[in-house]
Design a protein around this ligand. Structure first.
Ligand SMILES: [Cu+2]
Length: 121
């Protein structure tokens, strides 16, 4: 009996952990495109990213932490953010792409210095 109770509690705790893992997370990185990938992790790439995406490439996020190129589940959420340094809040999907709920602009470090001036929103 006691064993069964412990097992139930254990399963409950496990499912809590799984739920916590599926919770919203945030990543900071650069919005690049699937052709240029990590090479596009800078403000100078903005025009190229727009061009690549216009030609059918998909927007990706290049993470600051490990320069990982992460595909986007809902690319529309990043429309207009090509070449921007952003913080994205969302969830990892089962297929390893990022479902974007929120996008926040970060300092456009690593740019030419004038990058702050051409932010259009
Ligand atoms: Cu590009």
């Amino acid at each position: 009996m006691t064993k069964k109770v412990l097992l139930v509690i254990g399963l409950y705790l496990c499912s809590m952990t799984v739920l916590a893992a599926a919770k919203d997370m945030s990543w900071s990185g650069w919005v690049s495109d699937s052709k240029c990938g990590a090479k596009g992790a800078n403000a100078e790439h903005a025009a190229c990213a727009k061009k690549c995406i216009g030609e059918g490439e998909k927007p990706v996020l290049v993470t600051d932490k490990d320069q990982k190129v992460v595909g986007i589940d809902n690319p529309d959420a990043l429309a207009g953010h090509e070449g921007h340094h952003v913080e994205v809040t969302g969830k990892m999907t089962d297929s390893g792409t990022l479902h974007v709920d929120k996008v926040k602009m970060l300092a456009q470090k690593g740019g030419s210095g004038g990058a702050m001036n051409d932010m259009q929103h």
